[in-house]
Design a protein around this ligand. Structure first.
Ligand code: NAP
Length: 326
């Protein structure tokens, strides 16, 4: 009888992480510290507004303070730099998140580099990128670096699901700054042997077929087919692709009535970078939706509490000691 692939439920893992973060936020609150996140949302990008709302809502649920700053589309780089400098200087702000993408006229790189590395909860500042790279630690979240949320979420899925990483061949598809490169570095830090593939890689299948862990982050619906997968492999599907063509939906999900019904109601459905037919061969896999995507906000909250602890936790401890002595 064919073994059934294990589903790695991102929603459940995210709930565990959020419960832990809420507990840590309570412990900090008992010492007079409320972890705080400032989100900068420029203009009106519908998808960004949805993400930001759910970040703000999650902060409230976990006992954290959040603030949304909404400069208009016409804001200049200089004005944004000033705004970030103000947030850097405010003690009650532990995390600063600049929602991407920014309008084309804004110098995104300059702005991301202006965020204080201690408050860089997205993990995009070169100091944090460097800390992740130079970490001697082989842990999930290396050293004291604030690690990018989606890759850190992938490592949490692997760790909390008890899946081995050390000694495994991990193949990463995609080399973006926000997913591919950092997850490759984290897997290396966790002692996997890592191969990174991208759009110039010749015959990707010869690498993917040898992957014990395959992380697909390229933004191409159903790119990884069953023939490209080693039976029993762990498949981590980062891709979030909205499919609006009925024939394509039928091709990806033949006989799946739930998907067909969803498509009929919404006019679209989400497909990852791994073809759903390949999941049947896997030892374990993350579904889309409900896999990696579910972890991203939980990891942002985790980073915000970690930033609060790192920057304010120790001094609060000292002032408590001083108060107790007085
Ligand atoms: P990105 O910046 O567009 O990078 C895509 C990467 O994939 C690039 O490195 C590109 O190679 C590579 N690539 C593109 N087409 C390829 C092909 N045919 N064969 C091999 N490699 C190919 O994308 P991203 O921001 O990393 O996102 C990737 C996917 O993950 C998207 O679907 C996105 O929506 C999703 N995502 C999900 C989350 C989450 O929370 N779950 C978070 C972020 C992103 P080159 O470098 O050679 O161009």
């Amino acid at each position: 009888m064919k073994a059934t692939a294990r589903i790695l439920n991102g929603i459940e893992i995210a709930a565990q992480i959020k419960a832990e973060v809420a507990e840590q936020a309570r412990a900090l609150a008992a010492r007079g510290i409320t972890p705080g996140l400032a989100v900068v949302l420029v203009g009106h990008v519908a998808a960004s507004e949805i993400y930001v709302r759910s970040k703000v809502k999650t902060c409230a649920e976990l006992g954290m303070f959040s603030e949304m700053l909404t400069p208009p589309e016409s804001v200049t780089t200089a004005e944004l730099l000033e705004l970030v400098a103000g947030l850097n200087a405010r003690d009650e702000v532990d995390g600063i998140l600049i929602q991407l993408p920014l309008p084309a006229h804004v110098d995104t790189r300059r702005l991301l580099e202006a965020v204080s590395p201690d408050k860089d909860v997205d993990g995009f500042h070169p100091i944090n990128v460097g800390r992740l790279q130079s970490s001697a630690s082989h842990g999930v979240q290396a050293g004291s670096a604030l690690a990018p949320c989606t890759p850190a979420g992938i490592m949490e899925i692997l760790r909390r699901s008890g899946l081995p990483v050390a000694g495994q061949h991990a193949v990463v598809l995609g080399r973006s700054e926000i997913v591919g490169k950092p997850v490759a570095m984290m897997l290396l830090n966790a002692s996997a042997t890592v191969t990174v593939c991208h759009s110039k890689t010749v015959e990707i299948g010869r690498y993917t077929r040898d992957a014990d862990i395959l992380v697909a982050a390229i933004g191409r619906p159903g790119f990884v087919t069953a023939e490209m997968v080693k039976p029993g492999a762990t498949l981590i599907d980062v891709g979030i692709n909205r499919v609006t063509d009925a024939a394509e939906v039928a091709r990806f999900f033949p006989g799946d009535e739930a998907r067909a019904a969803q498509f009929a109601t919404r006019g679209s459905t989400l497909v990852g970078d791994i073809h759903p037919a390949a999941f049947a061969l896997a030892g374990a896999y993350t579904p889309v939706p409900g896999g990696v995507g579910a972890l991203t906000i939980a990891m942002l909250m985790k980073n915000t509490v970690a930033a609060a602890k790192a920057r304010r936790g120790a001094s609060a401890g000292r002032s408590e000691v001083a108060a107790a002595k007085a």
